[in-house]
Every structure is written in C-alpha cells, then in structure tokens.
Design a protein around this ligand. Structure first.
Ligand SMILES: [Zn+2]
Length: 63
C-alpha cells in the first residue's frame, strides 16, 4: 500500500454530494446525512454557537 500518486486513482467513490437543504457539498451518501446542516439525521438545521458568532457578543473580544 502506497500513499503516493498511484493511490490517487483509487479515489473514485463519491462520499459527499450536494445537500438538498443547505446546498453544501457535504451530504454523505453512505451515511445519508449532511455533515453541514444535519439533513437526513435531524429535522432541525444543525447550528452551533461557535460557528455563527455575532460580531458584538460575549467572548468575542480581541484578547
Ligand atoms: Zn445540508
């Protein structure tokens, strides 16, 4: 097993495709859920506070 250029030819399995809900190329075809918004896994759109932080908010100071 090599990790060089010859092994790049094995990368032919599509794992992620465009998500129907968020449009990101993060929908996992094997697991049947979107890695970005959680489509297929939950009805709610996946959202984290650390991902979408407001400009003026708690703990957003520059040091
Ligand atoms: Zn999605």
């Amino acid at each position: 097993m090599t990790k060089g250029t010859p092994s790049q030819g094995k990368r032919n399995k599509l794992l992620h495709t465009t998500c129907k809900r968020c449009g990101a190329h993060a929908y996992n075809m094997r697991k049947k859920f979107c890695a970005k918004c959680g489509y297929g896994k939950s009805k709610k759109v996946k959202d984290f506070s650390w991902r979408s932080r407001s400009l003026l908010g708690k703990g957003n100071r520059k040091k």
